[in-house]
Design a protein around this ligand. Structure first.
Ligand SMILES: Nc1ncnc2c1ncn2[C@@H]1O[C@H](COP(=O)(O)OP(=O)(O)OP(=O)(O)O)[C@@H](O)[C@H]1O
Ligand SMILES: [Mg+2]
Length: 304
């Protein structure tokens, strides 16, 4: 395996005359977890589809496990496991049958896959569901089955499009723990997510894309330090505009999103002193996080 498990170099993709991926470059090193973040429609899924050889780029070059894509995508894909944005399990088959069918795609015999099934089910905590039909599973169980299925070929690289969207907090924490265990076994992970906590916890590095262009890249902590670099006080309550005027002299910056005011402060004390006198407000003083970075870079308004 070369040093970079994934290489994207100035990749472009157009749909109907519109550039949806626009000169995108990034590398994912062997053994790291790399996050692709961006608002709805930013081009994350399109990027992954090009990486897997499902969609053809209009310009630029892509390598996956050292193989040029799309020319040798079949060869590269043998070493890759995929969790698509929307589950494509067969609802009429059982959990076990879904795994068996997938093993066949990778050229495994039924006996070979059958031997793997117990460990895959254990990994996904689905031991008791082996003979349940997929249609009977909860959303979290389906997601875990999709993850187990992506491991059938013992891949070096996992490509996951929003692995935890739609899951409750317990299910999400379970998936995070499973992904950590894959990383500790030396797997490389490329994932997309809308959960900043997920990116902050799991990703060694990430890039933020908007309208198909990279707008930031780095380790989560470094991005938080460079893009925000101070504490945040969130305030909820009536009339955020008037409050903004009152707090502005003591803040580095103030953003308003709906009924929440985000006050960026080097010294929180003057702002906290004023807020303590107001019993009509709720507020929270916290360190800056990746969500602040994301919203700072992409704006606090809805995009699509
Ligand atoms: N096959 C297609 N034909 C035409 N337009 C497409 C096609 N696939 C994607 N697009 C457009 O490309 C843009 C990027 O879509 P993409 O699905 O890659 O975004 P995304 O970042 O994955 O968004 P989300 O977070 O909502 O999943 C969108 O404007 C989408 O409408
Ligand atoms: Mg998507």
């Amino acid at each position: 395996m070369p040093e970079a498990a994934i290489e994207f170099h100035r990749v472009e993709k157009h749909y109907g005359g519109r550039k949806v991926v626009d000169g995108l470059s990034f590398d994912v090193r062997v053994g790291e977890c790399f996050g692709l973040l961006g608002p709805n429609g930013a081009g994350k899924t399109t990027t992954l589809r090009m990486l897997l050889g499902i969609a053809a780029p209009d310009a630029g070059s892509i390598r996956l496990c050292g193989e040029p894509i799309p020319a040798r995508s079949r060869i590269a894909r043998a070493r890759v496991g995929v969790v698509p944005q929307f589950d494509n399990l067969d609802p009429d088959f059982t959990v076990r049958e879904n795994l068996l069918v997938f093993g066949r795609y990778f050229g495994l015999s039924a006996a070979q896959t059958r031997a793997l099934v117990p460990s895959l089910l254990e990994f996904a905590r689905l031991e008791s569901k082996a003979d349940a039909r997929v249609a009977e599973l909860s959303g979290g169980m389906k997601r875990r089955l999709t993850l187990a299925r992506a491991l059938v070929n013992d891949p070096d690289v996992l490509v996951m499009d929003e692995p935890t969207t739609g899951l409750d907090p317990q299910a999400r924490h379970l998936i995070w723990e499973r992904l950590r265990s894959l990383l500790s076994r030396g797997k490389t992970i490329l994932l997309t997510t809308h959960f900043m906590e997920e990116a902050e916890r799991l990703c060694d590095r990430l890039c933020v894309i908007e309208e198909g262009r990279k707008i930031a890249e780095g380790a989560p902590k470094a991005l938080i330090a460079s893009e925000i670099g101070c504490d945040v006080i969130e305030v909820y309550g009536p009339d955020p505009l008037a409050l903004r005027d009152e707090l502005a002299p003591f803040a580095v910056r103030i953003d308003i999103s709906g009924e929440t005011l985000f006050c960026y402060v080097d010294d929180p004390q003057p702002v906290l002193a004023r807020l303590k006198q107001r019993d009509d407000l709720r507020y929270l003083h916290r360190p800056a996080n990746l969500e602040d970075v994301f919203l700072r870079l992409t704006g606090r308004e809805m995009q699509d």
